[in-house]
Design a protein. Structure first.
Length: 236
C-alpha cells in the first residue's frame, strides 16, 4: 500500500507541473506548438493518479474486510461451550482438537439435522467433527438414541457427536445476529456454520448442514492420513 501512495504522490506532482506548463503554453502563442505534447503528458499523469488511487482504495477496502472478518472470528472464539454438566470451555480451547459445526434454528430444525447426520456419524467422528446445536425458539431439541445392545457403540458416537451446547445464550445470540445481518440473511432463517481445526470459519449456509460434503471434503484425524491434511480444511 505504501508503493501505491508513493506512485500517487509522484503522479500528482507530475500533474501539477504539467498543468502549470500547459497554462503557460496556452498563455504564450510562441509556445503553442508544445501544447499537444504537454497535454499528452498531463493526461498520462492524471490517468496514473486515477489508476493508483483506485488500486489503493480497493486494497484498503479488502484489507478492512479481512480485518473485520478476523475480528469477528476472534469474538466467535471467545464464545463458551458446555462440554458436559461440569465443564465449560471456549471455542478457542478446542482449536486443533475439533472441527465444530454450529446448527442454528428452531428445535425442529435441530432435530432434523440430528436425524440427517445419522448415516455419517462414524465418518464425522473420525474427522473430528462435533456439533453445536443452538435452538433459536427457546425449545430444547429432543435427541432419540437407540439404547439396544447392538446399537450401543453407534449411540455412544451419536452422543459424542452432539454432546456440546452453547453457554451464555445472550452472547451467542448477539454474535449470530450480527453474522446474519452482515450476510443479508433474515434473523429467523435456519443456518449452519462450519469451523476448521484452527478455529477459523470454513463455510456457512442457509438450511441443513451438508453432512455428506463434510465427510467427502475433510481428512480423517486418525490413520495413515492423520495430520497430513490438517491445514487443508478448505476455504476461509
Amino acid at each position: 500500500m505504501f508503493l501505491y501512495l508513493a506512485f500517487i504522490a509522484s503522479a500528482s506532482i507530475g500533474t501539477l507541473i504539467a498543468t502549470s506548463q500547459l497554462i503557460g503554453a496556452l498563455a504564450n502563442p510562441a509556445r503553442s506548438a508544445q501544447v499537444p505534447e504537454i497535454a499528452k503528458g498531463l493526461g498520462i499523469d492524471v490517468g496514473a493518479v486515477t489508476l493508483f488511487a483506485f488500486l489503493y482504495f480497493q486494497e484498503n477496502k479488502s484489507r478492512n474486510v479481512q480485518l473485520a472478518k478476523l475480528s469477528r472470528e476472534e469474538n466467535l472464539a471467545k464464545l463458551k461451550l458446555r462440554l458436559d454438566e461440569n465443564k465449560v470451555a471456549s471455542i478457542s480451547d478446542l482449536r486443533g482438537y475439533a472441527r465444530l459445526v454450529i446448527c442454528v434454528g428452531p428445535a425442529s430444525f435441530i432435530e432434523k439435522s440430528f436425524e440427517l447426520s445419522e448415516p455419517f456419524t462414524e465418518d464425522l467422528i473420525d474427522r473430528g467433527v462435533l456439533v453445536v446445536p443452538f435452538a433459536t425458539d427457546g425449545i430444547s431439541p429432543t435427541f432419540q438414541f437407540d439404547e439396544s445392545e447392538e446399537m450401543k457403540d453407534v449411540s455412544f458416537k451419536r452422543k459424542r457427536l452432539w454432546q456440546l451446547a452453547p453457554f451464555n445464550v445472550v452472547e451467542w445470540n448477539a454474535w449470530l445476529d450480527e453474522q446474519k445481518k452482515l450476510a443479508g440473511v433474515s434473523s429467523d432463517s435456519p443456518v449452519y456454520l462450519s469451523l476448521r481445526l484452527d478455529g477459523r470459519v470454513r463455510g456457512s449456509g442457509v438450511g441443513y448442514p451438508p453432512w455428506n460434503a463434510f465427510v467427502a471434503q475433510l481428512p480423517p484425524k486418525k490413520g495413515m492420513w492423520a495430520g497430513l491434511f490438517d491445514g487443508m480444511d478448505g476455504r476461509v
